[in-house]
Design a protein around this ligand. Structure first.
Ligand SMILES: [Zn+2]
Length: 70
């Protein structure tokens, strides 16, 4: 079986290990393979950065749209 070509698709943030880890999938939650804590998609800091990036992207698109119209 080929390995995933994108390592980060198969990792999530473990607040216990404080890093991105491989995780076990279960229907209710995902768990760190190292310590068994619940993992999240992003760390809190990364989530802020991600949301900020989305916001910038949204504004950039709206601006680009407005420029084309006017
Ligand atoms: Zn962990």
């Amino acid at each position: 079986m080929p390995l995933s070509n994108n390592f980060f698709e198969d990792t999530k943030y473990c607040p216990c290990c404080r890093e991105y880890v491989l995780y076990l999938k279960s229907p209710k939650a995902n768990y760190c393979v190292d310590c068994g804590a619940r993992v999240r998609l992003f760390s809190a800091a990364d989530k802020r950065a991600f949301n900020h990036q989305l916001e910038l992207e949204k504004r950039r698109r709206i601006n680009a749209h407005n420029k084309r119209v006017s």
